[in-house]
Design a binder for this molecule. Sequence first.
Ligand SMILES: NC(=O)c1ccc[n+]([C@@H]2O[C@H](COP(=O)([O-])OP(=O)(O)OC[C@H]3O[C@@H](n4cnc5c(N)ncnc54)[C@H](OP(=O)(O)O)[C@@H]3O)[C@@H](O)[C@H]2O)c1
Length: 249
Amino acid sequence: MVAGKSVSRLGFGTMRLLPNSTWGNTPEPRVVRNLLAAAVHEHGITHIDTADAYGPHSVELLVAQALYPYPPELLIATKVGLIRPRPEQWVPLGRPAYLRAAVEQSLRRLRTDRLDLCYLHRIDPLVPLADQVATLAELADEGKIAAIGLSKVTPEQIAHAQNVAPIAAVSNCLNINEPDDPALEYCRNNDIAYVPFRPLALGALPPAKALEFLFGLGPHIAPVPATGNPEHLRELVAAAESWEAEPWG
Ligand SMILES: NC(=O)c1ccc[n+]([C@@H]2O[C@H](COP(=O)([O-])OP(=O)(O)OC[C@H]3O[C@@H](n4cnc5c(N)ncnc54)[C@H](OP(=O)(O)O)[C@@H]3O)[C@@H](O)[C@H]2O)c1
């Protein structure tokens, strides 16, 4: 389960759909849209991980172009709270008015009234964590977010956020080469979906080995490997196949 939806155990990360550091627009929008459509309609993936910072903005637009109208079982997770002044820069911005505006814009780009899962992409160290989470909680109360996630966080930060609002998912870096994250155990004990990012160590690991390690960590693990290559997508789906039969715990 991720954010209340019983999604496929293998998700799809959208960070590698653009060239050049996830910046700008793809020169091949039709190829990217076909890949997204294949992930969902051909391979049965029902967990798409995106962010307003990818592009920025252009990847959310591609997701909507490829997949809208969305099948009811599809969970689209997006993230707000990181801005991109330049290709190589990712800057946290967690001021409540900005987060509110960012969610409104993601709703428009994704052509929906409610984000299934909205992560705070990074905690802005210049804004109290409680204020950042409270803003997402207000948006959830208004019906604009179904579930709140956190990204790149410690157990202490998750616990702090939980004092403000329910946290449905945490996305941290985890793979067989970087296996130590104390948040993993915290999420297991607190019924929070754990979405490992960089699950293939940026392509350095054979998919089967990488996914076996992650799925073996428990039923709360929902990896979102990224690819822009249809053949690589097929390899990922094949590597995850036996785990799809294992029910969520
Ligand atoms: N929450 C956060 O802050 C955060 C941070 C980073 C990432 N993420 C999410 O996590 C997702 C995955 O992370 P990631 O993109 O950093 O790293 P990753 O999934 O570990 O690695 C992606 C790389 O693996 C390669 N690859 C994929 N399948 C392959 C295959 N079958 N054989 C060989 N190479 C393969 C891809 O190249 P090809 O395109 O050539 O296949 C791509 O360059 C992102 O898309 C994003 O949604 C979230």
